[in-house]
Design a protein around this ligand. Structure first.
Ligand code: NDP
Length: 287
């Protein structure tokens, strides 16, 4: 397989954080980028600071109409050359206590992080086949290790891992590579948004939930704030995405960040119950 040095890449969730870092990294290297955004101001901001090859496209991954329109724009531009890459990056993080979890919030979480990625991939596959492109799915360390009080997010990322494995095997005949990126804590707005969501959820929880879980939730919140403060830069994830999209020999999984590498190793080597005890201790939760 030759190294890929040019081509067209569609990236969802490009307005901020990791998606924006990927856009900037690949745009600077001469790739033609279609950057999925949901607001005009994000489109304008990206356009103002990127090369003329960058095209922002309106893309809400929970809307079939939006996906169709975005893909029609890409298809019109690339024609038979097709797509070199699709980065399913759009995501949100919804925390929750399983016992009191709103199923609507769970649906919302899965709709964006999982169904959205599946729907966008389905729509992009004819163009990816034409361009012998690659798919890169933005999973997380939460796709490997599920933390307490983050089950909606962890479920979505575990499912994204399964989707990626099935897809990789199904697409073998066409040489379409599929990779998952598994970052640990990365410095983006997702943390601030997640903590805000957690605070909103706390307001809606019944008193009983506060009595049963209040202390644990507060401990978890403090750890989350600490982790967010020590987060890795989004550019580190963009480098892994670039490798997955362009390398002669792309990997199927990229674990990004020291925290993620440590968690993956411990999860692999330690017996589950010992791992659980260590996890609870590091989170300051009762063992
Ligand atoms: P950000 O909140 O900065 O970025 C999330 C992006 O997803 C934004 O562009 C947002 O757009 C977009 N988005 C949200 N909902 C939709 C939707 N329905 N349709 C299209 N786009 C949508 O966070 P990150 O950069 O951190 O997150 C990017 C990805 O990285 C996510 O999949 C996340 O799970 C994953 N990740 C993040 C880690 C971290 O520590 N930050 C660690 C591991 C994985 P808008 O601005 O319009 O809301």
């Amino acid at each position: 397989m030759p190294e890929i040095r040019s081509g067209t890449i569609l990236i969802s969730g490009a307005s901020s954080g990791i998606g924006e870092a990927c856009v900037r990294d690949l745009d600077a290297r001469g790739f033609r980028i279609f950057a999925g955004v949901r607001r005009d101001e994000d489109a304008a901001r990206l356009r103002a600071s990127a090369s003329p090859l960058l095209t922002p496209v309106r893309l809400d991954v929970t809307s079939a109409g939006s996906i169709d329109k975005a893909l029609a724009t890409v298809e019109q531009a690339v024609g038979r050359a097709g797509l070199t890459g699709l980065v399913n990056n759009a995501g949100i993080a919804i925390p929750g206590v399983v016992e009191f979890l709103s199923l609507d919030r769970l649906r919302e979480q899965l709709e964006v992080n999982l169904i959205g990625a599946v729907a966008l991939t389905q729509a992009a596959l004819p163009l990816l086949r034409a361009g012998r492109g690659r798919v890169v799915n933005m999973s997380s360390i939460a796709g490997v290790v599920a933390a307490p009080f983050l089950s909606p997010y962890a479920m979505s990322k575990h499912a994204l891992e399964a989707f990626s494995d099935s897809l990789r095997l199904e697409l073998r005949p066409w040489g379409i590579e599929v990779a998952v990126i598994e970052p640990g804590t990365v410095d983006t707005r997702i943390w601030e948004k997640g903590l805000r969501t957690a605070d909103e959820l706390m307001q809606t929880l019944p008193e009983e939930a506060e009595r049963l879980y209040g202390e644990q939730i507060r401990a978890m919140r403090a750890v989350t704030e600490r982790e967010a403060a020590a987060a890795a830069p989004a550019t580190l994830v963009a480098e892994a995405v670039r490798h997955a999209l362009t390398a002669r020999r792309p990997r199927t999984r990229y674990v990004v960040g020291r925290d993620a590498r440590l968690a993956v190793r411990l999860r692999r080597w330690l017996p589950q119950r010992l791992f659980d005890r260590l996890a609870l201790r590091s989170l300051g939760l009762p063992r």
